[in-house]
Each structure stands twice: as C-alpha cells, then as structure tokens.
Design a protein around this ligand. Structure first.
Ligand SMILES: [Zn+2]
Length: 404
C-alpha cells in the first residue's frame, strides 16, 4: 500500500490518497486509508507523487533499451519501427522478465524502395526489409506486417527536403491504400512526416497519429485539420532539437537525477554533441513549439515520445526531457503528464494501463516532489513498480567514472 500520497490518476490530481495493489493490479484508490492485512508492505508517500508508469509513444527498440526505459519509470514502450524478428524476441523476454518495460511494435515500416528509412539498412541497424510502390501492393503489405506481429502500422512519408537529402517518397494513393487496409484490419496507423504538406496529406488520408511535429513552416490551418480528423500528434521536441542543431544530451548527463542510471549506450548517445547538418536542410525549431500551442488550443491529442535510439536521445531519460520541453512550449504540467500516460493508452488502445484506477495494471512511478506543478520532478524517482512488482533501479556509477 502506498499511503498519504499525491496521485496523478492519468486524468486528474488527488492531493491526498492511498493506493493498494494486489497480484499485479491496482485494487483500491481511496481518500481514506483502508485496513491492510499483516505483512502488507507500506510505502509512505508524504511529499511524493504517484503517477501511472510512463508510456513512451515513439521509440525504436534494440536489446538493452527496455531495461533502460524501465530504469526511468517508463513501463511501456511503443516501438515505431524495428526488425520484426528482433523485436519479437524482446517482446517475449519482456513478458517474463520483470526488469524490462513492456513493448508494442510497428515492426517493419512502409516506404518505397530506397526511400526514407532505408538508411537504417545501409548503416547496418536493420536487416533489409520489404518495401512497396503501388496502392495494389498495400493489402499484402499490411497482411504481411500483421503476420510478423506488428501491433500497428508505421508509414514513412519523407522526400528528404527537411534534412536536405532528396529521396523517393510514397505516393498519396499508396498512403491512402495502406491506411484503409490497416483500418480494415482494425489497426492504428502512424506516419513519419517532417513537413507541413506531408502532415496534411497523411491527415487527409486518415492517419491516426503523426509521429513528429513538422519543422519547415507554421501552417495556421493544420491544427484545425488535425482536430477535425481526430489525428493525434507526437511532437518529439527533444529529438528534433537534437537532430537539428540544439542538442540536450549534455543537460541530461549533467543531471544527478538522471546520469547515474544511464547505461553505456545511453551515455554514448547523449554525448554526440551537435550533429552536422546539410546546408540544403529546411527547418526551424521554433515551428514545432509554435504549432504545439495551436494544437493544444484546437484540442488535438498530444502524446509524449522520445524517438530514442536516435543520436542525442536515451531510452527513458529523454522522455523526462520531452515532458519538460512540452511544458516549456506551453502545455501545463498536467497536460504533459497526460501525454505520457492516459493519452497514449487511449490512442493505442491499451485500456489496462496509463491510469491509476482499480483493476488496471499496477505500473506505477513514485517520485519525490510534485510534477503536477514542477514537471522536472518526474526525474526524482523514489520507486518504480511494473505489474505490481517493485523494480530495483540499476545504477551505472563505475561507467560514469569511465565516461569522465
Ligand atoms: Zn522514430
């Protein structure tokens, strides 16, 4: 039982509550302490806040990443492109090992031959994967992804104009066919887009989630278009900053609430520093920030995502940074916390998590302080539970010394 604690339920704040857990589930959430049996572990919550375990709505998962995510209170990771064989193995492991975050996956993403995403094959991060061109190939493409275990469908829509590297891109008719066939199979669709035109195209074609905000220009009509189509957005401010000239890795490495818990890979990723940019690239990091406040005002669902394993990101840690950036860009702390808990659970149809309520999974994060007013308090972690099991946090202090 967690006693005398402030609770963010996923929707609202209870300033003084008591939460009990049994057999992996939340059993009661009350304002009066209920009697507990002998031997029940009591965790004192004074000065602390209990949150639903965080959900990272945009990540790319490789071995070791789910442990890192959980080490920072991220109990569910939504992978948005991976090698289907590798992620299937990780998912099976996560089902039995308490030290790993739970995971859902898009598996192979849809793109044209040699299009956006293929650089991951050329760099050796992914094995070669199937691609498509014509709308007539969409149904078989979707069915093959579902057979591989994809929970939802990722569609890459990017001609390289934002990064400055010209690329072939999926046509609008093929995008529409992919979305239609995914919806016919009851699956959610998520688009990678980085500019306003592609975001609007995907939205009109019926995409459910935009995996990034766009960087090229502010489009005053787009927030209303997204609201009208009930399209959710994962802003990914942290990774856009990191990839387009404003890295935050050094800030995370300097934070004593973050740094001791980072593994070697995370330290390397956060130590990248500024990434060289193509002079042809078209981007303005103020555009996503300005757009975010318009989206909020238009009532568009906002989901928090780190886009780890990209350079300048770390699984788990970058989601905490993303929450801070969302608040700096105009969300309230409660709106930011919603974006990392109930909002992704609702959008990705994970009704067993994302909230603190009786009957839901006991995926819980206890932090010192009050992130419902000071968002960076999410980093001051006191305890993590996954499926009702307390997760011992792993420190990597010896590696910290090596790093310096
Ligand atoms: Zn991504």
């Amino acid at each position: 039982m967690i006693r005398d604690v402030r609770v963010f339920t996923g929707d609202t704040v209870l300033t003084h509550a008591h939460v009990t857990v049994d057999s992996g589930l939340i059993t009661t959430v009350t304002t009066q302490p209920s009697p507990v049996g002998d031997g029940t572990e009591i965790v004192h919550g004074q000065g602390r806040t209990l949150l639903p375990g965080l959900i990272d709505a945009h990540a790319h998962v490789f071995p070791g990443n789910l442990e890192q995510a959980l080490n920072f209170g991220v109990t569910t990771v939504l992978d948005l492109m991976a090698d289907p064989a590798a992620i299937t193995t990780l998912r099976q492991q996560a089902g039995t090992r308490p030290a790993m975050a739970d995971v859902r996956t898009a598996g192979t993403a849809a793109t044209v031959p040699g299009g956006y995403g293929w650089y991951l094959v050329e760099m050796g991060y992914l094995p070669p994967f199937p691609t498509l061109i014509e709308p007539g190939q969409a149904e078989a493409f979707i069915d093959a992804r579902l057979a591989e275990g994809s929970d939802y469908i990722k569609i890459l829509i990017d001609d390289g104009s934002t990064t400055g590297t010209p690329l072939p891109k999926l046509g609008e008719d093929t995008i529409t066919a992919l979305i239609d066939h995914a919806h016919a199979r009851d699956r959610l669709t998520i688009a990678h887009t980085l500019n306003a035109v592609d975001a609007a195209t995907a939205t009109r074609a019926g995409i459910d989630v935009l995996g990034h905000l766009f960087l090229d220009r502010t489009d005053p009509d787009l927030p209303h278009l997204l609201a009208e189509h009930d399209t959710a957005v994962i802003p990914t401010l942290a990774v856009l900053d990191g990839l387009f000239g404003r890295p935050h890795g050094a800030e995370l490495l300097a934070d004593h609430r973050i740094e001791p818990y980072l593994d070697t890979t995370s330290r390397q990723m956060l130590g990248f520093g500024p990434i060289p940019l193509d002079p042809r690239a078209r981007h303005d990091l103020e555009v996503p920030r300005h757009t975010l406040s318009q989206l909020r005002d238009a009532g568009v669902a906002i989901l928090a995502g780190s886009d780890a394993s990209n350079p300048d990101t770390a699984h788990g840690a970058t989601l905490h940074l993303e929450l801070e950036l969302l608040v700096q860009a105009g969300l309230t702390p409660i709106e930011a916390l919603t974006a990392a808990t109930s909002a992704p659970a609702d959008r990705f149809t994970l009704p067993d998590r994302g909230r603190i309520a009786p009957g839901l999974r006991a995926d819980l994060l206890l932090v010192n302080g009050d992130p419902t007013s000071t968002i960076t308090d999410t980093r001051d972690i006191a305890a993590i539970w996954r499926n009702g099991q307390r997760v011992p946090r792993t420190t990597h202090l010896h590696q910290a010394n090596d790093y310096r």
